[in-house]
Design a binder for this molecule. Structure first.
Ligand SMILES: *[C@@H]1O[C@H](CO)[C@@H](O)[C@H](O)[C@H]1NC(C)=O
Ligand SMILES: *[C@@H]1O[C@H](CO)[C@@H](O)[C@H](O)[C@H]1NC(C)=O
Length: 414
């Protein structure tokens, strides 16, 4: 059973392997598919990048390159506000797994959180973690050739990427603090940062965590549960195949899903979201689903998936298990240490969906009981609300974004 699942999940990557030379399978040598997509009548928003989307909807955006202390080059985007006076703190939006900065604007000018915040006079920045399509660069390492490039999970993203982005924003905007809004893994990254480097708590005025993920004892996603059991083996198999980068834009699963969602967004892509996150049909519009799947699966490291697998398996929010020798070398202990979330002293709002297979109310309760400074645990008052509804849902502007603006206007004053 497990073998079948593994095979199914990674069939896309294995196809890629067969088509190419080992180690060369990451090269972006596939032809640009844009002319083909145009000819097939794709909704252009599904293949437009951040800059193109913002321009189309008459927002001005800037591209900035942030260098982390370990040499990764991250592309982050800033939306320039049209207001004469900016609000007091800039906002950092941090996407989830398989995702990118585009998540915050792809649903369109009226409903994208990035645009809404910008219209409300906030200085909006959307980050991209190492390894995704916008942050596939390093001062020394080549993502197509150096396996070392892919040797990271959300631990490194939280420990290096988010601090570098925050420091960059503070220095450009000449402000002392930021607002942080994370979705899914974007929340995990934040919990890692502030527990490993508590000094960053002082650089965050307020953190809004949408569908927070830390402790994963109660996930109800059946596939994840089974796969987690085999995550060590899967990681070993992938390593031996030379597969450190998964689900990138040029890989086949991205292409297939993007195509299927152009023709049948609700039955195909809605069903995928249902199986993985508990999504209820029609709570995200068909158009947004179509566009979203053009922007999903844009690159993740196998180690990130393996680390989430470990969280599920060991039922603890802990650092990456490198094995006995590796743990002794890296942490000076036999097993990896837990992230000490009681170090997270900055104010936090937890935003929870009642129908989320990945970020469950029970797990959030446990996290919440350990966090010293929870402003509010906001349970979205809609029983169908699931993992991605927080960002793309038809009702997100009404049920989530309005609340965010209320929290911000309260914290703008202090
Ligand atoms: C976005 O797309 C435009 C047009 O294809 C391209 O010139 C630009 O470099 C892209 N930006 C990024 C950050 O990929
Ligand atoms: C975790 O952080 C708290 C608060 O700073 C501290 O009192 C506690 O000793 C830490 N626990 C561990 C295991 O380091």
């Amino acid at each position: 059973m497990l073998k079948v699942l593994i095979a199914l999940l990674y069939v896309g990557n294995i196809c890629d392997t067969l088509r190419s030379q080992p180690r060369k399978l990451f090269t972006y040598s596939l032809p640009d598919k844009r002319p083909l997509k145009q000819a097939l009548g794709y909704i252009e928003d599904s293949y437009f990048n951040f800059t193109e989307l913002a321009t189309k909807y008459e927002f001005t955006s800037e591209e900035h390159i942030v260098k982390t202390s370990d040499g990764y080059l991250l592309t982050i985007f800033r939306i320039l506000t049209k207001c004469n006076t900016l609000k007091r703190y800039p906002v950092l939006l941090m996407h989830g797994i398989y995702d990118s900065s585009d998540a915050w604007i792809l649903s369109g000018p009226q409903t994208g959180l990035g645009y809404i915040l910008s219209r409300n006079c906030y200085d909006v920045w959307a980050g991209n973690n190492r390894g995704n399509r916008y942050s596939r660069k390093h001062v020394r390492l080549n993502p197509d050739r150096d396996v070392k490039f892919w040797d990271f999970s959300f631990d490194e993203i939280g420990n290096f990427d988010i601090p570098a982005i925050i420091d960059y924003m503070l220095s450009v905007s000449k402000k002392s603090k930021v607002y942080y809004i994370g979705h899914s893994q974007g929340t995990t990254d934040f919990f890692v940062m502030t527990s490993l480097q508590p000094s960053y708590n002082d650089k965050v005025q307020l953190a809004i965590q949408l569908a927070p993920v830390s402790i994963m004892k109660h996930i109800t996603n059946p596939i994840l549960k089974v796969v987690a059991q085999g995550s060590e083996n899967i990681k070993n198999i992938l390593d031996s195949l030379g597969l450190q980068e998964l689900s990138a834009v040029n890989q086949i699963e991205h292409f297939i899903l993007e195509k299927l969602c152009q023709v049948a967004p609700a039955p195909i892509c809605g069903t995928i979201l249902y199986i993985t996150t508990g999504y209820k049909q029609d709570t995200i519009s068909a158009r947004t689903l179509t566009i979203a799947f053009g922007h999903l699966l844009v690159g993740v490291s196998a180690k990130t998936l393996a680390h989430f697998g470990q969280l599920i398996l060991f039922q603890k929010f802990q650092r990456y298990n490198e094995g006995l020798q590796g743990n002794l070398k890296r942490y000076g202990s036999v097993s990896p240490p837990e992230y000490n979330v009681s170090q997270i002293t900055c104010p936090i709002v937890l935003v929870c969906g009642q129908n989320d297979y990945v970020s469950t109310l029970q797990d959030i309760d446990e996290l919440s009981s350990k966090l010293p400074n929870v402003v509010e645990k906001y349970i979205v008052p809609d029983p169908t609300f699931s993992h991605n509804n927080h960002v793309w849902g038809v009702d997100a502007p009404k049920l989530v974004f309005k609340r965010i603006l209320q929290f911000f206007s309260e914290f703008d004053k202090t």
